[in-house]
Design a protein around this ligand. Structure first.
Ligand code: FE2
Length: 389
């Protein structure tokens, strides 16, 4: 067994009303001025100001930046950096899902280290810890509040930059179910399948270890049980709570255990067409599982099949356990109403060569259990374009 490094120091609050625990924590830490980083919907629906009210009870001043978009760009990050500098803030408060949290991480790193966000693409490129971040998570998928990853889109190149950096960790994470009950079905499904992909990739990753497996396998079982319920009835508080836990531990698992080819390909795809990250993952996941499903990985597929409670999984052959796990992911994705192929997402097969070139270079690819050739990646894009027939 090789030596293991684990990063897990975020202070985290969970449950309905957990936001109320934030005020005393911020007071203890001496926070003074914050920039809330959010999107227009969460600003206009009053969620951002609700969090702002909590900051006021901690005797903090705050301003709100509310122009974060899905797949946040370098431009958005730069606008936030300028606002943060002008306001002389000492904390960032992300309100939203992965887009708001990742934007805050990028801003935090640039404020502390200088330079431009592009300088930090890759692994551990910054020299010191970013300025502190509160992440008030309003979706259940990215796990960004507990990972050392963030993604920023370079709109000029139509591609995503993947940053893996131990200095970008969120200081305080709030997973308050009251902010998740309003999530529409499509967003619940897409973010939930993102969490499932994190867990599956963490188990198959060549950096997985018993500690990351423990979290990832629990997340797989929990998402299987509760994602369909959360999609069916957004007010099912038990399902919302369980999904909040599952996406969090899936985040811990992949932050330490790595991701793989699904995310490498999804980053390129989402960057090219500005598609939702969770949908890209859900469509690609079974195709990449088929590519990764070889004797070398069969033992890990068996763990996944057991976590999915596939009948007789323990007794199944290597081939069967791989096939059944793939079938289950297709079934789950259909059940929660997700598109089944890249043709429906209006991807253009003429772009697949370029997408393959970008995916091979993505930081997530090196964790995949098998290093594919560019031609193999392009072939998987074509298979996902057709879908399983
Ligand atoms: Fe993801």
């Amino acid at each position: 067994m090789e030596a293991i490094r684990m990063e897990a120091v975020t202070t985290s609050f969970f449950g309905y009303g957990a936001i109320n625990l934030l005020s005393s924590e911020l007071k203890k830490r001496g926070a003074k001025r914050a920039l809330i980083v959010t999107d227009q919907f969460l600003y206009e629906s009053g969620v951002a100001n609700k969090v702002g009210d909590v900051l006021l009870t901690a005797n903090m001043e705050y301003a709100i930046y509310y122009l974060v978009q899905p797949n946040p760009t370098v431009e958005v990050v730069n606008e936030c950096i300028n606002a943060a500098k002008a306001l002389d803030i000492d904390w960032l408060v992300a309100v939203g899902g992965g887009s708001s949290i990742d934007t805050s991480k990028a801003v935090s790193i640039v404020l502390a280290n200088g330079g431009n966000v592009e300088d930090y693409e890759g692994i551990d490129k910054s020299g010191k810890a970013g300025i502190p971040i509160v992440a008030v998570n309003t979706t259940a998928g990215t796990g960004s509040e507990v990972t050392t990853f963030y993604i920023v889109t370079d709109a000029k190149r139509h591609s995503k930059m993947c940053m893996v950096d131990k200095n970008c960790k969120v200081t305080i994470a709030v997973n308050d179910t009251q902010f998740m009950v309003g999530m529409p079905k499509g967003l619940t499904a897409a973010t939930g399948m993102d969490a499932m992909t994190h867990a599956v990739e963490a188990v198959l990753s060549n950096k997985s270890n018993p500690l990351t497996d423990k979290d990832a396998l629990w997340a797989i079982r929990t998402i299987k049980d509760y994602l369909p319920r959360a999609v069916l009835n957004g007010n099912d508080l038990e399902a919302r709570d369980q999904m909040a836990y599952a996406q969090y531990v899936a985040g811990m698992a992949f932050s330490n255990g790595g991701l793989g080819m699904v995310h490498a390909m999804a980053h390129s795809l989402g960057g090219m067409y500005n598609l939702p990250h969770g949908i890209c993952n859900a469509v690609l996941l079974p195709h990449v599982m088929r590519f990764n499903g070889v004797n070398k990985t069969a033992a890990n597929f068996k763990k996944i099949a057991i976590a999915l409670q596939i009948p007789n999984a323990k007794q199944m052959s290597e081939r069967e356990v791989i096939t059944k796990s793939i079938d289950y992911m297709i079934h789950l994705s259909k059940e929660v109403g997700i598109t089944q192929n890249l043709a429906q997402l209006k991807a253009n097969p003429e772009d697949f060569e370029n997408l393959g070139t970008l995916a091979i270079k993505d930081a997530c690819m090196q964790d995949n259990p098998i290093m594919p050739t560019k031609e193999e990646v392009v072939k998987v894009y074509h298979e996902a374009y057709q879908g399983f027939i």
